[in-house]
Structures are given as C-alpha cells and as structure tokens.
Design a protein around this ligand. Structure first.
Ligand code: FPP
Length: 296
C-alpha cells in the first residue's frame, strides 16, 4: 500500500497519544525514506530551536562547532609548505575528538572545507581532498570501535564519486553509534544550507506561500543535532565565514589566536571554561535567568 510507510508515523502518534500533532501530512502519498524521516523530525522535533523556545544551557556544551583556522600560517611560520599545516591539523582533529568523548560532549562539528575554499590554489584543494580520503580510510574503523557516529555535511555532489561512496559507507557503518556525533562540514556553506532547506520545504508544501521556522528547520542539513552551545574559531580571525548561519543564532562565540594544529585538549578546556562563565539568557533578563535557576 502506498501510504503504508507514512502511516507508521500516524500509528506512532496514536500510540503515544499525540494524534493531534499529526496534521495534514504531505507524506501520505508514497514517501521516500528520507522524506519520512524529515516529516517525523518536523512533528516530533527533538531539539528546541533557540528562537522559538528557551533551550537547555548544559554545563558541558552538548554541541561544539569549530572553524579550524590557521593551518597555513602554522606551517609558514615554520618555513614548511602550507599543506604541512593541514597534516598537523588532522592530528589536532584526532585529539579533540578524543577529548570531546572524555568530556561528555555529544556533538562535535568541524568546518573542514567551505564552499568558498574551492577558490584556493588547485594543488592545495587537491591535497586537502586526498587528506580527507586518507583520514576517512584510517580513522573510520577507530571511530566505529569507539561508538562514534560520523556525518559529512555539505553539497557532496561536487566531490569525486569514489569519495562520495566512501563517505556514504562511513556514514552507514557508524550510523548506530551513540557516544559522540562528529559532523565534518565539507563543501558546506551556511547560505547553501538555508537555500537547499528552503527548496526542500517548498517541494514538501506545494502551493503554500507562508512558512514558519518549524517548517524549514527539519530540512536543514544538521536537523539531526541540537544547535551548537559553543562555537570556537582558532587562528585569530573573528568571523563566522558562512558557517552554520542558522544554527549559531544563540551559540556562545569563542575566538582564540592559537593556530589549529596547536589547539590542544587544554585549549579546549579553556574554551569550555569561558563558555561556563557566561550567562545564557536567550533573550531573557539576567533576573529571569537567576529566578529560573532557583526554581530548578
Ligand atoms: C583553515 O586553515 C583550514 C582548512 C581550510 C582546512 C581544515 C582541514 C583540516 C584540519 C584537515 C582535514 C580535516 C578532517 C576532518 C579530516 P587555513 O589553511 O585557512 O590557514 P591560514 O588561515 O593560516 O591560511
């Protein structure tokens, strides 16, 4: 029956007493598995949006997003070719992944290659791609053994088909892991994400001319994760550079001059300590925040 898959959701909603949430589902035709997942996310959105509700402010950031900047300058300072900085950068990634597991962080999102990074010299782009392939080959088994889920987020259509296959296999293999989700943003741009989500939302709601945040959010590339609590940028620049434009709405921003290859577990602790010293108000007054804290 065509509507069978979609009706799993209806059955779930009835069983959990949430039938009123079902509403007019566009998925009651013959949904692709991805569409069904998106529809489920839309109706039972697990994570609160920082602009439509007040989310939790966990003591240890649940989600950390990082722009790993300064690889080239790290290398140049040592009279090495820029790519040597990227090689060292992979070592730093490994250490920070381990540290996040140890500290109980649930989501780590890394900006590995932006949609604007294609503007770099061709040999650097091609080196970064090969580094990505070798890191996937080397690290995925270790990640899987450590219960880490890998996601690669971005417009992957521009990548070599072999790399696309490797990514799909790595994601499939680690899909059931629950300790930490590492999202690698590759050929990713925040504007790309908002535009692709808008296109999908319009396709899912034909004829509708007004949309809400709740209708868009499930189509964003990182709908599977809560919004980042803490954003870190290494390398001294203080800008967002088209990273997670939607998701960083209420993230705490932390900038450090440390170049990415030198960013250590101790540097991560300093960033987390800075996060812990902040009052997360999400639009409320300081008084409201402390009254709420007294109640809980
Ligand atoms: C920015 O430094 C860094 C990048 C564009 C690439 C980051 C990639 C890695 C750390 C390696 C691959 C990652 C994974 C997850 C396998 P930059 O080159 O802009 O440095 P600069 O500002 O000093 O020039």
């Amino acid at each position: 029956m065509a509507a069978e898959g979609a009706c799993v959701l209806h059955a779930f909603a009835r069983r959990t007493g949430q039938a009123s949430l079902i509403g007019p589902f566009p998925i009651c035709g013959s949904p692709a598995p991805g569409d069904l997942f998106t529809a489920i996310l839309a109706r039972f959105m697990i994570f609160k949006s920082s602009t439509t509700a007040v989310p939790d402010a966990p003591k240890v950031p649940r989600h950390i997003a990082i722009i790993m900047d300064g690889n080239g300058r790290w290398a140049t300072k040592r009279l090495l070719p820029r790519v040597a900085g990227h090689v060292k950068g992979v070592d730093a990634v490994r250490k920070i992944v381990e540290s996040c597991v140890e500290r109980g962080v649930e989501y780590l999102t890394l900006f590995a290659f932006s949609s604007e990074n294609w503007r770099r010299p061709a040999d650097e782009v091609s080196y970064l791609m090969s580094l990505f392939v070798s890191a996937l080959e080397r690290e995925v088994s270790k990640m899987h053994a450590n219960n880490i889920r890998l996601k690669v987020v971005g417009d992957l259509s521009r990548f070599d088909p072999k790399l696309q296959d490797m990514i799909a296999n790595a994601e499939r293999r680690t899909a059931g892991n629950t300790r930490l989700t590492v999202s690698v943003c590759a050929n990713y741009g925040g504007r790309w994400d908002i535009m692709q989500a808008t296109s999908k939302m319009i396709a899912a709601n034909p004829g509708i001319t007004e949309f809400t945040e709740e209708m868009l959010a499930p189509h964003l590339a990182m709908a599977y994760a809560p919004e980042p609590d803490l954003f870190i940028r290494t390398g001294g620049e203080e800008r967002i550079s088209n990273f997670l434009l939607w998701q960083l709405a209420y993230s705490e921003l932390y900038f450090t001059d440390t170049f990415w290859p030198d960013f250590s577990p101790a540097s991560l602790d300093t960033a987390i300590a800075s996060y812990q010293s902040r009052e997360r108000r999400f639009g409320r007054t300081g008084e409201q925040v402390s009254n709420n804290a007294k109640k809980t």
